[in-house]
Write a protein that binds this ligand. Sequence first.
Ligand code: CA
Length: 685
Amino acid sequence: MRRRASLFFTASVFLTLGACKASNSAKAAGATSDWSMHGGNYQEQQFSPLKQIHVENVGKLGLLWSHEFGTHRGLEATPLVENGVIYTTVEWSVVYAIDARTGQVLWTFDPEVSRFRARRICCDVVNRGVALYHGKVYVGTLDGRLIALDEKSGAPAWDTVTFDQSKAYAITGAPRVAKGLVLIGNAGAEYGVRGYISAYDAETGKLVWRTFTVPGDPAQGFESKALEVAAKTWHGKWWVAGGGGTPWDTIVYDPELDLVYTGTGNGSTWYRALRSEGQGDNLYLASILALRGSTGEMAWHFQETPGDNWDYDATQPLMLAELKIGGRARKVIMQASKNGFFYILDRETGEFISAKPFVSGITWAAGVDAQSGRPIESTTAYDGLHPVLVSPDTDGAHNWFPMAFDPQKGLVYIPAKERTAFLHAPDPGWKYDPKSWNRGQNEDYSGPLVKKLQAAPPAVGKLVAWNPVEEREVWHVVHPSVESGGVLATAGDLVFQGRPDGTFLAYDATNGRKLWEFDTGTGIMAPPVTYTVGGVQYITVTAGWGGVPGVINPPGQGITKPGFGRILTFAIGGNRKLEIPPFGHSGPPKPAIHMTASRETVHEGEVLYSTYCLYCHGVNAVAGALPDLRYASVQVHKQFPDIVLGGARESRGMPSFKDVLNEKKVRAIEAFVLSRAEQSAHAAH
Ligand code: CA
């Protein structure tokens, strides 16, 4: 009661203070006061014309309310806001409706996704949010359902399965709506699937069209001319592993041109030599596709990374804009690609306009040919089945984290990573295995490139202000960590962004000067949004550390703060203090039991760990957001096979691995984990 009362008190005090100041801007803002679409509007520029909060008064920005989700994995959703209600998602595709003024939860919807699905997703059990349309909330779930919920009650209106659930597909992306159709893609190219995007009738949930991104088995016939053309760029029996090309995040709709744009992922496998006999462009992997809104027919395509060999998905957020380039007004589509180049295309025709590196240290390509748009691939970037070391790494110079564009300043603000590097070692013995990863990577590689990778200069995280017309950086901020969250720009000359150390910041959009910061207690990945309720401008962001950097927890990432997930809303005059519940362990690990195991067994355990465990429990068994196995108790060790094989902790998100591991292998993994605990304990002394 007390807590509730103080929330209302804070809100009402603020409203009184803000009311007179707010009225003019609120009127001017008009219909833009909601944030009812991913990216803010159809163009997905992550930009708001609101300017009640501006460079001069942002120092008075404070917390209005926060809500604890009790989650501890990555929170990646862009919250949508309509009529004072926030609609967002957390881990396991759970949907929340929250009163934007008070933080009171209005309803929740749990699709009850099987925890086994954790084994069918590369990068944490995340979700990037919902779509809103005509009184319904649409969510794509990790197990591949597209569900329509009533906006008022959260009750399901329809629920449809979008993929073969026996395969390693997943949905983490937010649906989009185009002319009464709900659009959704899928993920899974790391496991071996065939990517596609589907359009469903928003009212009934009936499938209207489906467009595959890569060709299937030619013997079965092609679904379209575009796929028949694509098949000529593939070799061998690519379809056995699915081919990949999963459009797992970005979808943007241009109502004027009736075109749906999406970006496609890497191939199954990652490696050209294993996937397509080392030949061909492998259309339409790592590409931007434009599809007709009504039919899904391909209007044009542009492949950023032909014959991709480095996991350079082209799935990063696409953004539409009108730019004056070479004295000519152009309707463009822009992307800061994982491969390190900032692309501008004509979105009517797909014509290549420009591509320039937005970070330094790119080694896989010397540049992009100004005429063809094809990368000038470095001779060191591909060597058949031999390992290569390249930058950017598999996480990319920019990933799914939304960038923002201020059309008044003409600047794009990119959450960028510089000089990341990855050692690609194809496994010559790779064969498609539907029960496991199919990246085709040799997990056991220990050749001379390992030393070279270790000696590489450290990666740097940056917020880059990029002038797309002049193809140059205007300013940048260096972060204390390699990662940083999604970005929001506003007409108040502000750029908002969160960091993995939990700091939420506002910068001067003109020069990158830091103007304000707030400690949210847990690493931030998601982009903030802004909107008005009752004529007052609010800023909302979720904090929740996970995803690839949070669960894999690679070393050298800077300060990261795993913790409990929460959503926070800020306004001028907000003054609530955030109480952060403690999370994780203090002090070095101490092996709970002693286990006698040979060096061979420990090594076997290490290889198995790298295949099955690392992607949740962290590199070298040093965890981020999920349980750190070095701290496992006597009880956990007693139950080790019950947990790993028997699924004793399935309800808490730990699936059974009995189909791929046995007791002997589990004991080897346990021996490795204990050896890591011993090493860590030793290092602490
Ligand atoms: Ca990928």
